[in-house]
Design a protein around this ligand. Structure first.
Ligand code: ATP
Length: 260
């Protein structure tokens, strides 16, 4: 019963407050509309899964949110009236939007803990970051992040010695060090073992207790484990949106994506 209530709560925007708002966004490359009149609303504290066939515009949508690509038309608002289309990538990152790309990019020559300290230090140089005096608050944050990303018992391990899945978790931890309000995650479980995939679903659910998360993923088994509202994109537009059971039963979704 409690589990069912929790599952239902995940499908509902927690406070109904909008964190990310895309309205009528369009982006063409050489006349081809990769994003076509796309509208999307993500609530504060909501986790949303984005699915859709190759070329549906998922990556381009993430590029627009993070300022890598400028839309030709439409609005992209974050946390109220911040118009993301007026900011560059670095500004958008400092506004509180973190992005995890598919390939992990951790510092392999450093330990797990050092990687997190480097991420926490932000703009400090690597040497300054590793040498500076640690405060109790910083130690507590490192401990909390290590627990969240399931690496507390690997803190002294070299990042190079982590499994592929653990490297992905470490990079998620490095993003958490920046304390983003919105975390964008691109195909996190590609190449992971089944056990890592299941742990990643739990890990992202933990993270979504305190921030919004948008996950692009093709692995439907994993999307089911997330248990959140799903948006299916097709030809740069929302084809279907709602609980996974509803979206995956939609004949249009089956035709363009799931039935392939
Ligand atoms: N910089 C670009 N220049 C030209 N065309 C582009 C560019 N970026 C994306 N496209 C095109 O836009 C369309 C949408 O691509 P996008 O990568 O956003 O899709 P996707 O849903 O992320 O696909 P996948 O699941 O394969 O990652 C594709 O047809 C792609 O070829």
């Amino acid at each position: 019963m409690a589990e069912r209530r929790e599952a239902e709560a995940r499908l509902r925007p927690p406070r109904g407050e909008t964190l990310l708002y895309l309205n009528g966004v369009t982006k063409a490359f050489d006349g081809f509309k990769a994003i076509n009149d796309l509208s999307l609303v993500v609530a504060r504290g909501e986790m949303r899964a984005i699915i859709g066939p190759n070329g549906a515009g998922k990556t381009t949508m993430m590029d627009i949110i993070t300022g890598k690509t400028r839309p030709d038309a439409g609005e992209v608002f974050f946390a109220g009236d911040t118009d993301l289309t007026r900011h560059d990538e670095a500004e958008i990152a400092s506004l509180g939007i973190g992005r995890k790309f598919q390939k992990p990019t951790v510092f392999e020559g450093h330990t797990v803990e050092e990687n997190l300290r480097l991420a926490l230090s932000g703009s400090r140089s690597i040497f300054a970051a590793l040498l500076h005096r640690r405060g109790a608050a910083e130690d507590a944050r490192i401990d909390a992040i290590l627990r969240t990303v399931r690496l507390a018992d690997r803190r002294g391990a070299s990042a190079a010695d982590l499994s592929h899945g653990q490297k992905q978790w470490l990079e998620i931890g490095m993003l958490l060090a920046q304390d983003p309000e919105l975390l964008l995650v691109d195909e996190p479980v590609a190449g992971m073992t089944d056990a890592e995939t299941e742990e990643t679903a739990r890990l992202l659910r933990d993270i979504a207790r305190t921030r919004s998360v948008v996950v692009v993923e093709h692995d439907m088994h994993f999307v089911r484990m997330l248990g959140v509202k799903v948006t299916c994109l097709h030809e740069g537009h929302v084809l279907a949106e709602g609980p996974l059971d509803m979206v995956s039963a939609d004949p249009r979704v089956i035709e363009v994506y799931l039935g392939r």
